[in-house]
Design a protein around this ligand. Structure first.
Ligand code: SF4
Length: 87
């Protein structure tokens, strides 16, 4: 995900306070929105050390974020998680 793109939302929605400590804010958007087929491994490693990981993933699932790495999961992994939780 790209925290840089949601700065405006941070001041409006207190539920986005987890973004203040988001490690991805220090990385470029291409890091979390890799080209199709590119590795998401480095982004996931950064997520693994991020204190906002759980809140980030919950946000992505709640808002049906379709692209990029959020909370340590790729779009395919979030899709599977959502699909399996609905089964
Ligand atoms: S869990 Fe990953 S994508 Fe989410 S805020 Fe942290 S570094 Fe960014």
């Amino acid at each position: 995900m790209s925290v840089m793109q949601t700065d405006t939302m941070m001041t409006i929605d207190p539920d986005l306070s987890w973004q203040e400590d988001a490690l991805c804010a220090q990385a470029g958007p291409e890091f979390f929105f890799p080209a199709p087929g590119a590795s998401t491994r480095e982004a996931k490693q950064l997520c693994g050390a991020c204190e906002g990981r759980v809140a980030c993933l919950e946000y992505a699932l709640a808002h049906d974020e379709r692209f990029g790495v959020w909370g340590g999961l790729s779009e395919k992994e979030r899709y599977r998680l959502r699909r399996d939780s609905e089964a």
